[in-house]
Write a protein that binds this ligand. Structure first.
Ligand SMILES: [Mn+2]
Length: 310
């Protein structure tokens, strides 16, 4: 179903379009789409392994090989949702502060244009989440809760000389939103002090998630009615996703995470989301595919009621 071919070339076998899931024009048309993907391949403050700027491209490429049929909702969810993929947003290289200012204003315009459509941003390093969260906080009268799936708290006041580091992403938003970190297993003494002193910050540790499922209720109870979901893929165990800047051992796995996310989308209003920090390793496809499938699952769960309606 390739669009707009030169005359005489239809009927040949063309590759899938370079949209999320390889969706054709009808299923990826902005006008009818209920979900919009915004790739932001920004990377400047990475402290260990680099490559997050290649994340969005790897997610989109891997997504073209995902089955559209989703067993949980028993249909080709993507064609019923309608998913539009925007071009990648380029940010200034004049430094982290101007880049983040530029992103906040660009994200606001994208969110405004999307209206009721569900906006999901693909990073890029985790610092891109703060401007998006602040822009969403501006759009909602009610205080948002940020649900942060991550190995790290990202609560440093600054890191390596900049307050706009990936390691400070959540510290940047605490004034405007509560933050519930899930899967956390690497923090500094300074971050522990901050989370203990701040009513706006709570953490669910990865080791308690390993023992039993009590954490799911505790995490859900900590969420207000409106949630911004930020998913740093280093949340997963590095045996599943080694392709990330700062891999930490002892992360959660696939199915318990999906069960939790399904409940979050069912029991709260998720207003927007992002998936960040995939740093693809050439030749290693499984993590790219996992993250692409995660993005699809987030969209399926966001529209689970509509999809279950038949
Ligand atoms: Mn992280």
């Amino acid at each position: 179903m390739s669009p707009v071919l030169p005359p005489g070339l239809d009927g040949l076998t063309w590759e899938l379009p370079h949209t999320f899931l390889g969706l054709d024009e009808a299923a990826s048309d902005f006008a009818s789409a209920k979900a919009v993907l915004l790739p932001v391949p920004y990377e400047s403050t990475t402290s260990y392994g680099g490559g997050a700027r290649e994340g969005p491209r790897a997610i989109l490429e891997a997504s073209r090989y995902i089955e559209l049929y989703d067993q949980e909702v028993d249909c080709e969810a993507a064609t019923r949702i309608g998913i539009h993929t925007l071009p990648a947003l380029e940010l200034t290289r004049a430094g982290a502060t101007p880049a983040m200012e530029e992103l906040r204003s660009a994200y606001s315009r994208v969110a405004e244009t999307c209206g009721d459509r569900f906006l999901l941003m693909l990073g890029g390093e985790h610092s891109v989440s703060s401007p998006a969260i602040l822009a969403q906080a501006d759009r909602h009268a009610e205080r948002l809760t940020v649900l942060q799936l991550d190995a790290h708290a990202d609560l440093r006041a600054e890191y390596e000389g900049t307050p706009n580091s990936h390691a400070s992403a959540m510290a940047r938003v605490l004034d405007r939103a509560d933050v519930v970190g899930v899967g956390i297993r690497a923090v500094s003494a300074e971050e522990m002090e901050l989370t203990r002193a701040s009513a706006a910050s709570s953490l669910i540790w990865a080791d308690e998630m390993w023992r039993d499922d009590a954490w799911m209720d505790r995490a859900l109870e900590a969420l207000g009615p409106k949630v911004y979901l930020t998913f740093d893929v280093d949340y997963f165990d590095p045996s599943l996703v080694p392709s990330t800047g700062t891999p930490e051992p002892g992360g959660p796995g696939w199915y318990r995470t999906l069960e939790f996310l399904k409940r979050v989308f069912r029991e709260r209003e998720v207003v927007a989301a992002d998936v960040v920090e995939l740093a693809p390793v050439p030749g290693l496809h499984a993590p790219d595919f996992l993250v692409a499938k995660l993005v699809y699952k987030l969209l399926v769960y966001r529209f689970q009621e509509m999809l279950a309606g038949g």
